[in-house]
Design a protein around this ligand. Sequence first.
Ligand SMILES: Cc1cc2nc3c(=O)[nH]c(=O)nc-3n(C[C@H](O)[C@H](O)[C@H](O)COP(=O)(O)OP(=O)(O)OC[C@H]3O[C@@H](n4cnc5c(N)ncnc54)[C@H](O)[C@@H]3O)c2cc1C
Length: 409
Amino acid sequence: MAGLRPWLQLVSQGWQNWSGLVQCPGARIARPGDIEALCRLIEHHQGPGAIRPLGSGHSFVPFWANDDTLLQMDAFSGLHDVKATADSTVARFGAGTALHAIGPLLANHGLALANMGDIDRQTLAGAISTGTHGTGRKLGSLASQVTALEIVNGKGHPQGFTTPDDVAMARVSLGLLGVITAIELCVVPAYHLHECNTVESTDACLDAFDERSNAHRHHEFWWVPRGDFAVAKTLNPIAAEGPVQLVEIPFGEAGERWGPSWQIFPSTREQRFNEMEYAVPEAAAIRCFTAVRTKILQEFPKLPWPVEYRLVAGDDGWLSPTGGEAVATISIHQGADRPPEPLFTAIEPILREHGGRPHWGKWHQLDAGNVDRLYPKAANFRTARRQLDPGAVFLTAHLAALFGYSDIE
Ligand SMILES: Cc1cc2nc3c(=O)[nH]c(=O)nc-3n(C[C@H](O)[C@H](O)[C@H](O)COP(=O)(O)OP(=O)(O)OC[C@H]3O[C@@H](n4cnc5c(N)ncnc54)[C@H](O)[C@@H]3O)c2cc1C
């Protein structure tokens, strides 16, 4: 009866995530064209876990279920507004804007994002909802830059979050408080970056890590188990003069390139993989990495996929894996053609023993009890979730295991 309900707009059926690990062949895909249609859609889907927005599907966990209605959010995209105050500049975007679209949109205003991760294929809402980050000792996650959000809650009502406490609650919220329609975030004057990659022994890379992390705006390394060597990467601002060199440095090779920040941060990822990543307090992180390295060399010495090590400044997000003190993130990859469990379950206890908290968009085995132990504000978040979505419309099975069905009113 979609003809009688023009706001329903079912555009297709069936969906899978980027890596193919999450398959929803029966899911219905709807495309709300505006806020009014989105409100009506949510009102129409009043059942536990009935509805869930899609970003670009670059998460590795089953946020989405086969019997859900999934929302394609591309109608909510673009740069809406730029405001400069005495001490900051904020830009307001449609929540479904792809990160790769943000660079050119901001560049038209002489602006840029302060930091970006390894790729730019995600949507802004998807990226902030899971705490997506880049690297840099003094730089927080993308969500840490958010100053205001607009959502439609589980009752189908539009609502804004603008106070510091509300924004801290909502900046990383896994789509549990509502469907985000617009996001305002701090941006910085446009800048060019120089990228330099070196290939070195793992021990030399570890010895230099601290000093390099202080000396460079961004520093990270990739450790390659097969061969036990490291690729260290630094990124630094440079003057925007002369020709740019944008050609990507092949992974595992030394090289340099330079150009506008939004063209240098992201790389292309052609080979599909699954990933587990934990944010570990910085003080324990090199010890943790060393234990991970030992385990992989003992049990998975031929692993062809690298381990990535990055730094992220802490933030105030109630559910932010990078919340609190500065952290190092340690990411383990396995090819999408292999079952991820043997590798990930062998390594996960090490990451947990060192006080790690998982990236919400990447493979993990947390349960509700772990969430309470790892996040001091988890109970406050559950209360807010219940108020904003009393029918648990957004609480799909994966999230119910973390945030509990028992609290449905
Ligand atoms: C190749 C690759 C590279 C990656 N690199 C990095 C990296 O460098 N750093 C890093 O931290 N992570 C990285 N990730 C992980 C990725 O950034 C996160 O999983 C991110 O959430 C994906 O964004 P997305 O737009 O694909 O969102 P999705 O994965 O589609 O969705 C993520 C969550 O957000 C929710 N959501 C989406 N839109 C909305 C909305 N409008 N309102 C409310 N909730 C919404 C979804 O329902 C879901 O719960 C990478 C992933 C891949 C596959």
